[in-house]
Every structure is written in C-alpha cells, then in structure tokens.
Ligand binder design. Structure first.
Ligand code: OAD
Length: 243
C-alpha cells in the first residue's frame, strides 16, 4: 500500500483530526518562511524585530516591519493547501487547525476552527496595559494607547514571550483527543508550539508529516510525505472525494 493510500485509510477510520501548521503552508501563496536560505531570519535579526526589547529600543523600526508584512499578506490569497484543509473538515466529526502562522490565511480559506498559537498580525494590543485594540490602526507611525498612553504593538507572540494561555490550552486538548495529527510546513523548532505533535503522539494519534524537507519531527511521525503541501493536500482530498 502506498503512503497516500495509507493516509486515506487512516482518515476514513478517524473521527477527529488536527492540522498543526507553519510557514510552509503559506509559502505557496508567496509568503517567506522563517528559516532556510531564503527565510526571513536569514538576513534579519529576530531580537531587533520580534522581541519586547527590540520594540522598546526602536518601536518605529518594528512597526514599519510589521506594516510591510501586513501589506504583503494583504496582497496574497489562501493557496491549495489552505483550501484543502478547509475541505478536510467534511471527512471528520471534528477537524481543527492549530497554526503558528499569524497571516490569517486559514480563516480566509474558511476553516471553521483555527487556534492561532502565535497571534494574528492584523490585531494589535497595548505594549503597556495589554488592552487588545479593536479600533482600526492603519497608521504608519507608532500610535499610543487611548487608555494608558503606552505604545501599540502587533498582537503576535515575540521571542521570549509566553504563548496565549488559552490558545495553548485549547491546542493541547485538541492534540490529546485527536485520532490523526497532520504536521504541515513547519520546522518544528520553536517551542512550546512544537510540542503539540508530541502531545498528539503520546495520546495515541497517528502522525502524518507533510514537508519539503525532513525535520526534527520526521523521526517520530508514522508517515512522512515529502513535497509541496499545496500539491500533496489536494491529492489527499481528491482521493477522499473519489473513495
Ligand atoms: P520555518 O521557516 O521554521 O519552517 C518552515 C518549514 O516549511 C520548513 O520545514 C520547510 O521545509 C517547510 N516548507 C517550505 N515550503 C513548503 C511547502 N511548499 N510545502 C511543505 N513544506 C514547506 O517556519 P515555522 O516552523 O512556521 O514564530 O516557524 C515557527 C515559528 O518561528 C514562526 O511561527 C515564527 C518563527 O520565528 C514567531 O514569530 C514567534
């Protein structure tokens, strides 16, 4: 039996599924990943651009960088990987996305249940009082909080910061109760997010990795599908539809 056939069989037997996703899922839309030769962190310093101390040192630099990322993300659309993950919902009683991506593309593709472990680049919050800013912030200059005067920052998780407690909790519960866990387009290097597939495995889930390269997660998955998520996921859904 081929690998895809085995995955189809497992999906047909499963009731609940989780897809744990990373930047590789959005790469086919035209967004850069973080690591690797053309990754964002190859020529940019995350301590300057994505840490509380970087923001304290130069808030405008950080704000400009997030604005440029927001501009880029607004130009792109969900790709076949996001769309296939939406379609996958039809084959499970419960199917959820646990993503490290902040680009909102899973929601744009229509996925019903999306847990954003690293926040969402289109939301903002006060760096001082933590208030989530609901009013539109489209200023090119860093703005101040209307409540406390602190500086407004993107509501994403930065290096050295904890993950939103509730999102992590919900993600762990999903991982604990799923029959099958897909790990798609992530290097699996950033903790604690990367512990989600381990939690799924320890709870007895069948693990399927989809990635262009092998990763630190590859050693403990049941099946590795090597290649482009925007090609492999449609193939899986097509097989399910014809099955
Ligand atoms: P990485 O850049 O670390 O890894 C991207 C992964 O996607 C790599 O393993 C690639 O091989 C794979 N990949 C690239 N294109 C692909 C494609 N078309 N199909 C399948 N796989 C593909 O990105 P993440 O693992 O998401 O955190 O990074 C995790 C976190 O590190 C991010 O959320 C971000 C970053 O620093 C924060 O900003 C807090």
């Amino acid at each position: 039996m081929g690998k895809i056939e085995k995955v189809i069989e497992k999906i047909e037997d499963a009731e609940t599924g989780v897809a744990f996703t990373g930047a590789g899922v959005s790469a086919p839309s035209g967004l850069s990943t973080f690591r690797g030769s053309d990754g964002i962190w190859e020529n940019k310093d995350p301590r300057e651009l994505a840490s509380p101390s970087g923001f304290r040192k130069n808030p405008q630099l950080v704000w400009d960088w997030y604005n440029s990322r927001r501009d880029k993300i607004k130009e792109v659309n969900p790709n076949e990987a996001h769309k296939s993950l939406k379609l996958m919902e039809d084959y499970f009683r419960e199917f959820s996305i646990v993503t490290q991506n902040v680009d909102n593309l899973h929601k744009e593709a229509g996925s019903d249940e999306v847990v954003e472990l690293h926040g969402n680049i289109f939301r903002n919050k006060c760096s001082n009082c933590g208030r989530v800013v609901s009013e539109d912030v489209d200023s090119r200059e860093v703005v101040e909080c209307e409540e406390c005067g602190g500086l407004i920052r993107p509501a994403v998780v930065w290096f050295g910061e904890p993950l939103p407690v509730e999102s992590l909790q919900v993600a762990k519960e999903m991982a604990t109760s799923c029959d099958i866990c897909f790990i798609i387009g992530t290097s699996g290097l950033v903790q604690p997010a990367a512990s989600i597939p381990l939690v799924a495995r320890e709870s007895g889930a069948f693990l399927v990795e989809i990635n262009r390269e092998s990763t630190v997660i590859s050693d403990y998955v049941d099946i590795s599908l090597n290649g482009d998520a925007a090609k492999i996921l449609p193939l899986i859904v097509e097989n399910l539809q014809n099955g």
